[in-house]
Design a protein around this ligand. Structure first.
Ligand code: GCB
Length: 600
């Protein structure tokens, strides 16, 4: 019949969009989730390791209606149910699975997570389940119902559960899959461990029906002595207003919302500006009906003039260090505020005013603590090495991760640079890809600088020329350069001269060398602390000849796990370029960099 035919035709037309990996679901968003009414679901979760995705596909490889998300239980002795969360393994959330069980050390695939909870919903509230980070793909179910899917291991996402959550015996199930994908962001080939799992906190968030969704408060780039921004609410009726207070600046004003629930504002104000030496943040509060939300916000201006970086109108040199989100002492993913503080304190001890958070967005608390401690931040998405620049889906993923990173952290004055790529090979497709990403970043946020780490440069009679078309696109050029390690003798590094014809500041975003902490020998003996130290000494000499140098972030603060590092006696699956071992012991080069930073 006609209707059936029409339906079939419709399904056919819609099919390509729903096939395979081509599907990305638009997410819900709430700014500053941690300042809302939340209930944590952290702690032990029950898990089932499912390498064949048996809990998802049947033997014909079709999605099952009775997958593990149903959390079925035997009802009579003759029932056949071939899984049981409650008698299987347990894993800590937040946490990667690789460092929690020897069997899961190299595991890549699906693990099902389940958590039971009771919840007392309040009248008139909306409830969400919020994930701060799950690597890489998450499918989420509550009480057997599918909530949605998220792709990307380092950004947050949430689903509404108002009509599904009940007072007793809820079960939340997440299918986590960290399979590396050629078309993914990142792609299959990286130099860090593919830690799988629910690596960051999970919480239930509740807000009144009429609530504040998102906001941005910053120092105006154009008018002096002005704070400006916008606030968006869930739904605004006519003549409804939202209130903003910043008590320390004697600001208390209300603004009319437009039909989209958005209010924009500009207020004369003279805040003390945020800087590494004075990381001042103000208490900022928005109120809308019964909802109110508080944040700590700093005000600062970051810009470039020629080849200089200016913070609050004054030239500043970014004394930095690169950091992976790898936990000190225990290794694995960072899961606590204390671990963030340990890493950041080491950066402070080095004399840093800047950190490069490589190679993906770190946790919200890492960024917040850095800002509180006066560290400027470079924040980056894992557009790394050879992702598929000619794949539209890959681009969509990159843009999604960029958007999620900026949305989450747009109010963090500490972040001064958004990085859109690391060591990507020049080609038309890649240039186009990154041009589009940079444009998107600028549309989303005009209060920061755009950067990327390049590794291409040509030689011109002993002079290295930065000659990547990406140089045209970014505001600040990052260059990774491993003189003395992957190329050339250590001694020769001091003599390198660089040519930069872009008229923009350059950050040497990586240099470094591997050393096993406690292993000593000659300065020409690989893996000794002395060799690493020599690389630092000669590269620091090179830096002194770069007039257009705006900053440095050597590679890297602490040794980190990488499956590319097979030298059993030395590496044991660790990239040894840390200035500090994974057990927190400092190597010689730590003090060399420290003395360079303390002098400059
Ligand atoms: C690089 C990459 C970084 C690696 C590093 C290394 O250029 O950007 O992710 O870990 O080199 O140690 O080889």
């Amino acid at each position: 019949n006609n209707l059936k035919l029409k339906k079939a035709l419709l399904v056919f037309l819609l099919l390509p969009a729903y096939m395979g990996t081509a599907q990305i679901e638009e997410g819900l968003f709430l700014q500053n989730v941690n300042a809302r009414k939340v209930e944590k679901l952290d702690g032990l979760w029950q898990v089932i390791v499912d390498p064949l995705e048996n809990g998802y596909y049947n033997h014909r490889y079709q999605p099952r209606d009775d997958g593990y998300f149903k959390n079925s239980k035997m009802k009579s002795p003759s029932d056949l149910i071939e899984y049981d969360f409650d008698t299987d393994l347990e894993l800590m959330v937040p946490g990667d699975w690789n460092t929690q069980s020897d069997k899961l050390y190299y595991y890549e695939g699906t693990v099902w997570y389940k958590r039971d909870f009771d919840y007392l919903p309040e009248e008139g509230q909306r409830v969400y389940v919020h994930f701060a980070g799950v690597n890489y793909e998450a499918r989420v179910y509550l009480n057997g119902e599918y909530l949605g899917k998220h792709t990307g291991g380092f950004t947050s996402f949430m689903f509404e559960i108002t009509d599904i959550v009940r007072e007793k015996d809820n079960f939340l199930v997440v299918k986590v899959d960290n399979t590396r994908k050629r078309e993914g962001i990142p792609t299959v080939n990286t130099d860090w461990w593919n830690y799988g799992g629910i690596t960051r906190s999970v919480q239930l968030v509740s807000v009144p029906r009429k609530h504040i969704v998102d906001y941005n408060v910053s120092l105006s780039k154009v008018s002096k002595g002005t704070i400006e921004g916008w606030v968006k609410v869930s739904s605004a009726g006519e003549e409804e207003r939202v209130k903003l207070t910043i008590p320390e600046l004697s600001i208390s004003q209300s603004f009319a919302l437009n039909s989209q629930g958005v209010a924009q504002f500009r207020i004369k104000a003279d805040p003390r500006l945020w800087s590494p030496s004075y990381p001042k943040r103000y208490e900022v509060q928005f109120t809308f009906f019964s909802d109110s939300i508080e944040d700590q916000i700093g005000f600062r201006k970051i810009e470039t003039r020629g080849d200089k970086i200016l913070l609050n109108g004054k030239e500043i040199f970014l004394k930095g260090i690169s950091i992976h989100e790898e936990a000190p002492f225990k290794t694995g993913r960072v899961t606590s505020r204390e671990e963030c503080i340990t890493l950041l304190n080491w950066a402070k001890e080095l004399g840093c005013n800047f950190i490069r958070l490589a190679h993906y967005p770190h946790s919200e608390q890492m960024v917040q603590e850095a800002e509180r401690m006066g560290l400027m931040v470079w924040s980056e998405i894992p557009v790394y090495w050879t992702i598929q620049y000619d794949n539209k889906y890959t681009y969509t993923l990159a843009e999604q991760q960029l958007t999620e990173m900026i949305s989450r952290d747009r109010n963090r004055a500490g972040i001064v640079l958004w990085s859109i790529a690391n060591e990507t090979p020049v080609s038309f497709m890649r240039n186009d890809f990154l041009k589009k990403l940079a444009k998107k970043a600028r549309e989303l946020d005009d209060g920061r600088l755009i950067t990327a780490a390049l590794d291409t440069h040509s030689g011109d009679q002993g002079v290295r020329v930065i000659d990547d078309p990406l140089g045209e696109i970014v505001d600040v050029i990052g260059i990774n350069n491993y003189c003395g390690w992957y190329s050339q003798e250590t001694k020769s590094c001091a003599a390198i001269r660089w040519k930069n014809s872009y008229g923009k500041p350059v950050i040497v975003s990586e240099f470094g060398a591997g050393a096993l902490q406690g292993y000593h020998g000659n300065a020409n003996e690989r893996w000794t602390e002395e060799y690493q130290d020599a690389v630092y000494n000669y590269n620091i000499e090179m830096l002194k000849n770069m007039d257009f140098l705006g900053g440095v972030s050597p590679w890297i603060l602490m040794d980190f796990r990488s499956p590319r590092r097979h030298l059993k006696k030395i590496q044991k699956d660790f990239n040894r370029k840390g200035l500090i071992s994974e057990q927190g012991r400092k190597k010689k080069a730590f003090y060399t960099l420290q003395s360079y930073y303390n002098k400059g």
